[in-house]
Design a protein around this ligand. Structure first.
Ligand SMILES: C[S@@+](CC[C@H](N)C(=O)[O-])C[C@H]1O[C@@H](n2cnc3c(N)ncnc32)[C@H](O)[C@@H]1O
Length: 530
């Protein structure tokens, strides 16, 4: 296993990636705030740097109790007051509400407005029409955005929880499922430990030796935030993380998935489902809440506040604050197979990054997996090359397409029996997605995803944007390359056999060619908060 490497240095000067604009420029999705459910662990606390936080945030807070998860002298946790106590702390959208009306002319003298009305009724009517048009457009945009979020949430809520046994034996994509799980475990194993832990244990691998057991309990433990945690499928992977986890917070807008994740956690806590195996390491504390992590600010989730989240992360935040002591309290933010939902718009992408960077402490890691835009771009440009070749071979017709109409044979799609990607609209001929937001396609995965709308994550634009949030790219690799790199690793190799990823006799991957094609759609990443 390789070390996460030296911590990158902090940056003062950040380039502007110039990312404004979108083929689908959108407004906030208007999803209702779902208040986190209070639990017995929701304790209030003043936070160690309350005064500084108050100065920075200019917000009033009531007296609070210390939290077991707030970190003295480190976290800039705002407060533990319930989000409902103070309306100003409710979901902070990054979206400045766009004025639905063109700005009214400034009145120079009292009575000027009425004189203007008399002077130019034509202009008044034109403005009124403009206002009405803008309001209509906003309403359409809002209902479309809300529609996409609702479709995604309803879809994931409806995916049945079939149980581990079914997934391992009956599933038609069990090879792919195991492989994806192994990649996620690999990412957790490689990048979740902090620098100190990695330096102490990475060379010796003492912690991985069965006879030695996990590292000593007095080691510093991790605080983990999972954006888009789904049904809690990664809880077991976090239980086996090299550096033990103290707290895991799982958020997802799909409320039924959140309930299933909670149930799964309770079963793990009660020791069910172990089936005579070696007892696993002790389980961390976990909390789960329904939350849109890309359309909303996470600072109103009680446990996130308690651990610490920095509202100043990102552009416009104080450079001084970022350099000295700024940041949240989480060691790791993870988002597996989810960040592509943020790429609906620049606003959502930036909100996602504010949440990630705000929650992470300095040196913290942002790890995840998502569709690889290189794989998508390759398919799209090949599609257009072939289409043009076919077109030039066809006899010319007189029928011209109507304005904005995308002809059937211009709709790019590919896949096989187990997965399918379909772009409903036009795609760039060179495969480069410019501007980088709002490139919607539908994704189908047998047994798992039913034609759900997703968005391309154009990688280079994303990476450029992350710099605005002091996130520095440490690692990025396509799934099949990860396998080639790690399959003979001392822990990850045997782990792949235990997980049924590799055939113990032949050493080959237990995946059909179709499954391999499907997993080549994804890549994994790790950023460091600097
Ligand atoms: C393919 S599932 C992955 C679930 C889990 N991370 C895993 O790896 O098993 C994608 C998840 O992203 C979640 N998601 C979609 N939009 C989201 C948003 N705005 N904020 C957070 N999660 C979101 C979905 O509800 C779904 O649970």
């Amino acid at each position: 296993m390789t070390s996460p490497g030296p911590r990158p240095s902090s940056r003062d000067e950040r380039g502007d990636p110039g990312l404004s604009g979108s083929p689908n420029q959108t407004k906030p999705n208007g999803m209702a705030d779902e208040a986190p459910r209070p639990t017995e662990d929701d304790q209030s606390g003043p936070g160690p740097k309350r005064k500084r936080v108050q100065e920075r945030h200019q917000r009033k807070r009531g007296p609070t109790q210390p939290s077991m998860f707030s970190r003295r002298g480190r976290s800039r946790s705002p407060t533990n007051a319930s989000p409902n106590d103070d309306p100003s702390r409710r979901s902070r959208s990054p979206l400045r509400p766009r004025s639905p009306t063109p700005e009214a002319p400034k009145r120079k003298r009292p009575g000027g407005g009425s004189r203007m009305g008399i002077v130019n009724p034509e202009e008044m009517r034109r403005r009124q029409e403009q206002r009405e048009r803008a309001l209509e457009e906003d309403a359409v945009r809002m209902s479309r955005d809300r529609g996409v979020s609702d479709v995604v949430r309803q879809h994931y809520n409806a995916v049945p929880e079939r149980g581990r046994e079914w997934r391992k034996t009956e599933s038609k994509i069990k090879g792919l499922r195991s492989f994806n799980n192994w990649v996620k475990s690999t990412l957790i194993q490689k990048f979740s430990p902090d620098e100190e832990f990695a330096t102490r244990f990475n060379d010796t691998k003492e912690w991985a030796d069965d006879s030695q057991g996990p590292p000593p309990v007095d080691d510093k433990r991790l605080l983990v935030l999972d954006l888009g945690c789904g049904k809690g499928g990664d809880l077991g992977k976090w239980q086996l993380a090299p550096q033990r986890v103290d707290l895991y917070v799982g958020l997802d807008p799909a409320n039924i998935s959140i309930e299933q994740a909670r149930d799964r956690y309770m079963q793990m806590r009660n020791g069910r489902g172990q089936r005579g195996r070696r007892p696993p390491p002790p389980l961390f504390h976990a909390e789960f809440y329904p939350k849109d992590c890309f359309g909303e600010w996470l600072g109103d989730v009680g446990i996130v506040q308690q651990v610490g989240i920095d509202a100043n992360a990102g552009p416009g935040g104080s450079v001084m604050a970022a350099r000295w002591g700024g940041g949240g309290g989480f060691d790791v933010v993870t988002s597996m197979f989810a960040i592509h939902y943020a790429f609906e718009s620049e606003e959502k992408t930036r909100q996602m990054l504010s949440n990630v960077a705000g929650a992470l402490k300095k040196g913290g890691r942002f790890i995840g997996v998502c569709p690889n835009s290189d794989a998508i771009s390759g398919r799209v440009s090949t599609f257009h090359k072939n289409r043009k070749k076919n077109e030039s071979a066809k006899p010319p017709t007189n029928e011209a397409p109507e304005d904005g109409e995308v002809q059937e044979d211009e709709r790019c799609e590919w896949g096989n029996d187990i997965y399918r990607v379909r772009f409903p609209g036009a795609t760039p001929e060179d495969g480069v997605f410019r501007p980088p937001f709002g490139w919607r396609y539908t994704y189908f995965m047998r047994e798992a995803v039913e034609e759900v709308p997703e968005y391309v994550v154009p990688w280079e634009a994303f990476r450029a944007l992350t710099e605005d949030y002091n996130l520095e790219l440490q690692y990025r690799k396509p799934f099949l390359d990860i396998w080639e790199d790690e399959k003979n690793d001392r822990e990850l190799g045997p782990l792949s056999e235990r997980m049924g990823v590799r055939n113990r006799n032949t050493g080959d991957l237990n995946m059909t060619d179709e499954e391999k094609d499907a997993v080549s759609f994804y890549h994994a990443f790790c950023f460091y908060k600097v």
